[in-house]
Design a protein. Structure first.
Ligand SMILES: NC(=O)C1=CN([C@@H]2O[C@H](COP(=O)(O)OP(=O)(O)OC[C@H]3O[C@@H](n4cnc5c(N)ncnc54)[C@H](OP(=O)(O)O)[C@@H]3O)[C@@H](O)[C@H]2O)[C@@H](O)CC1
Ligand SMILES: [K+]
Length: 462
């Protein structure tokens, strides 16, 4: 089965390649397939203009020689710069088949970076780094083949300074983690995949799917669509935003449990100001959201304890993530979703004794330790599940980087949970609605305009 959404580590990619080779394919055949696919993209972009291919010593460089040959055969003016000779058998063969003579330096319309791919093990030397930067400056359009050279395939971190920006990155055989992680993602431009017959790899991550969000059933009523209780705190604005977003996330009934009635509550939102424990005892409650605007004092800790004790499916956000401890989860059976940004993730890792490097390992460690779905937010949001599930998301509009949009996301995820989705699906659906509404809300969006765009986002659902 051809997979367009799995996301691999460099080791998983090599293992998948080994499976194909064991089945009778050669590295050269894979390189030819990958290089031809990549050449199609370069051909379209170049549109007859001059192309420079920068070839490194490994198989990424080998792909470059295939690209140079295919484009030259089609009559495109192509030059190759090769600071290091090909060192693998497949790359040497591809170089021989190209049959040209490399040049020391070049300028032109399109640079094709085939210096290093998944085999990069250390930072580029100053000489190589300067050459890459010089060539990048001498070509207005830059395409990275598989990965921009200098990026760690598994973490998305740059292994050195001065990395150029690319308008297009063509992934070969499968997505690598770096394609959907920052900071790498910010310099890759558009991302496209050339498929070469790689099969499913056990333990691989995947890209988030477009959810199947439909209108309520013909026989729906407010309780069948889900009653969500939003536990508010000392800063009512944040919980109000989350509740208003949740009202448009699919749940049929949203109640805000507030210490006192906040200003600006819309007529269609029910606010209960009595003791939270009483309100949470309602058996019709399908899910609870706590954390947005909770603050971190004694009162907040008590409200969080009450929310946890009620044992409803629960989303914890913001301040609740600073108050949560492993002991507080003892005896809970109901599903749990956590929505930390980087700072909250660090606090949670300390509280749950998760010792791990990097966003993915931390999210997976926390998901296992708290038996929760973890939505690790940021410009490169990922979702980790307690059974090792790992979901990457395509970057949403950068206009989401404004206060209050996290409250909207928490409200949406909680609303999907109340509506009956399992926690991982609720996370994917909430993120999709959030990203789609953000795109529709346009530039300089605010949480209000984001919430206003939610009905139009629903119109775009499958
Ligand atoms: N998987 C697949 O199915 C397919 C994969 N394909 C392609 O293969 C690529 C992976 O190829 P690869 O493993 O040969 O690694 P690649 O990135 O070319 O470089 C490794 C070389 O660079 C060297 N080196 C490393 N760092 C260095 C540094 N800083 N400065 C200097 N040297 C450095 C390292 O040598 P070392 O010194 O570390 O021993 C080694 O010689 C992949 O990205 C894709 O494009 C397709 O062709 C077909 C299908
Ligand atoms: K590259």
């Amino acid at each position: 089965m051809i997979l367009f959404d799995q996301v691999l580590t460099a080791a998983q990619m090599r293992a998948a390649e080994d499976v194909l080779i064991a089945a009778g394919t050669s590295v050269s055949a894979l390189m030819e397939h990958a290089g031809r696919g990549a050449a199609e993209w370069v051909w379209r972009v170049a549109a007859g203009r001059t192309v420079t291919v920068l070839c490194g010593p490994g198989n990424n460089g080998g792909d470059g020689y295939v690209i140079a040959r295919v484009l030259a055969e089609r009559g495109l003016p192509v030059q190759v710069v090769a600071p290091l000779p090909p060192a693998t058998e497949a790359a040497q063969q591809a170089c021989r088949r190209w049959g040209g003579v490399p040049v020391a330096d070049a300028a032109g319309a399109v640079l094709v970076d085939c210096l290093f791919g998944t085999g990069l093990t250390r930072a580029l030397s100053p000489e190589l780094s300067q050459m890459l930067q010089r060539l990048a400056a001498a070509h207005p359009f830059r395409i990275a083949i598989d990965l921009p050279s200098g990026i760690d395939s598994d973490t998305g971190q740059a292994l050195g300074d001065g990395m150029p920006d690319y308008q297009l990155t063509v992934a070969l055989g499968g997505w690598k983690r770096a394609h959907w992680l920052m900071p790498a993602g910010a310099s890759m431009g558009e991302r496209r995949l050339v498929e070469i017959g790689i099969d499913a790899v056990s333990g691989a991550g995947r890209l988030a799917r477009r959810p199947e969000l439909t209108a309520p059933r013909p026989d729906a009523h407010k309780y069948s669509r889900g009653l969500l209780a939003v536990v508010g705190g000392a800063m009512p604005g944040a919980s109000l935003l989350a509740a208003r977003a949740a009202m448009r996330g699919g749940a049929g009934y949203v109640r805000l449990l507030a210490a006192e009635r906040p200003e600006g509550v819309p007529d269609d939102l029910v606010v209960l100001t009595g003791p939270a424990a009483d309100a949470l005892a309602d058996e019709r409650i399908a899910a609870v959201l706590a954390g947005s605007g909770l603050e971190r004092g004694t009162d907040a800790a008590e409200r969080l304890r009450t929310a946890l004790a009620s044992d409803h499916p629960l989303v914890l956000d913001a301040d609740a993530l600073h108050l949560l401890t492993p002991a507080a989860l003892q005896g809970r059976d109901a599903p749990l979703a956590l929505t930390p940004h980087a700072g909250e993730m660090a606090a949670l890792c300390r509280a749950f004794a998760v010792v791990a490097e990097g966003k993915i390992a931390q999210a997976q460690g926390l998901a296992a330790a708290a038996n929760a779905v973890v939505i690790a937010k940021g410009a490169d949001t990922i979702i980790a599940g307690p059974a090792g599930e790992l979901v990457f998301t395509k970057p949403a509009t950068s206009w989401l980087s404004v206060a209050g949009t996290g409250d909207v996301l928490a409200g949406l995820v909680a609303s999907r949970l109340a509506n009956g989705s399992a926690p991982l699906a609720a996370a994917e659906e909430g993120l999709w609605l959030h990203a789609t509404a953000a795109r529709l809300a346009g530039s300089a969006l605010l949480p209000d305009t984001l919430i206003a765009a939610l009905p139009a986002a629903w119109e775009q659902a499958a």
